[in-house]
Design a protein around this ligand. Sequence first.
Ligand code: HEM
Ligand code: HEM
Length: 459
Amino acid sequence: MEHHADIGGPPPGGPAQENVKLYGQAFGADPEAHYNYLRTFGPTAPVDIAEGVEATLVTNYQVALAILKDSATFPRDSRNWAALQEGRIPADSPALPMMGWRPNALFADGAAHARLRAAVTGSLEAIDVQLLARQTQQAAEYLISQFSSPVGHAELVQEYAGPLPLLVFGTLFGCPPELGDRIITGITGIFTGTPGADQLLGGSLLELIALKRRHPGEDVTSHLLTHQAGLTDEEAMHQLVTMLSGGTAPLAAAISTCIALMLGDDKYAMGRLSVEDAVSEVLWNYAPIANYAGHYPVMDVKVGDRVLRANDPVLISFAAANTDPNERRDFNGQAHLAFGAGPHACPAKDPAWVIAVKAVETLLNRLPDVELRCEFSALAWNQEPWTRSLVTLPVRFTKPAPLPRRADGTAGAVPAAAPAVEAAAPVPSAPSAASPSAQEAPRRRKGMFSRLVEWINGE
Ligand code: HEM
Ligand code: HEM
């Protein structure tokens, strides 16, 4: 195994006997230096992914691929995690929400996984990518129209890359406006740690499921429910949560990182790279899901000089595998691992790609003179192990380019037969004591998804 001397002095995690910390300020500021140092251990290295939470991190491309494909030796069921079973992981550890077991495809193995996975894949395959591109553009145009700063400033993580995937999901899932609002509030609350968000999200998704059982349509939710796997309502709800949480964060990361690089790094500048190539480079060099995919080996496994202990977590560094200096992607055409590999590889690669490219393209087209408000190198990155994503992306611009003309002659979003618009027709939404429907409380402040639907309808 090659050794790298790029980090002089003590390792980024502190004194040599301590595990490298894959979280916190130092990691967020320079993950690549951490991966370079970890590579000196061989294909895998011991890390802490949160205070007191140890894991083995795989940084080598070939070993990552082999583990991802070998689910017999490396299953995903985190209920086997020895330290968790033995009460050595604090109940409030920030590692648990992403690593604790849930009844979804990600933590299932074998036949149980194949069944859930088939339903998820089937529901996503039914997406019409041409329509999705138009829907993404509409949502993007809407968000740009809402940039509130009077002087042509916007913060693109909060105002664009974050909400855009959520609006697109509202449409893809076939949400009536008010229900879409609650689902978006719920998932956003989970990400920001708002109390009650779990219940809001779960309850709203069950309402959506009940609605689609009664009135199936051409949307992801209906296809999930009518799939021959025959998911129960609970099962369907958990797979929808996984799509929402597994889809939103990496899309937001990919979109904002790509815009930042195209505006702030000459190598990625418009004219040098197409938007497609820039997104592809982001997936290679800034893998949005940086370190994840928890595996719990069924027995001790020797890899290089280290032994991966049975039931201790082994995480894959998609980011480090992609930039593994032992792999010359230009020569052997090796695929990037940003979407994972093996049985759990992202089932949403194609729609994710369409959404990311359209989102970047629309922003650059609509704000032709957009520029960063600071140097690219001054932008701050999040400090969790899971992600390579910007905290904020402040930009300035003078004036948006005019919106494309609508078919009816008015300026507005591109015309499209968006299911969201159809769903805006009075589909009866299941009763909810907690939050009255928009019809029942017309003066209640509408949520983001309702406002998008109204905007598309020209209201
Ligand atoms: C740029 C955007 C995206 C990236 C980089 C990405 C990446 C990934 C990766 C690396 C995995 C594998 C995780 C593992 O092995 O444990 C994964 C799984 C998954 N992703 Fe994505 N994803 C993206 C967008 C989406 C979207 C938009 C959706 C939903 C519509 C989605 C749904 C899922 C689901 C359900 C799984 C679990 C599959 C399984 O366990 O069988 N992802 N994704
Ligand atoms: C860019 C990468 C990702 C980031 C930054 C991220 C971040 C988060 C955060 C902040 C939470 C809430 C934690 C809390 O409750 O304290 C969360 C929850 C969750 N994430 Fe991720 N995530 C990422 C990727 C994924 C992927 C790829 C999947 C699955 C395919 C996934 C599945 C989940 C699930 C199922 C939850 C729990 C939702 C609930 O509480 O009901 N995440 N994630």
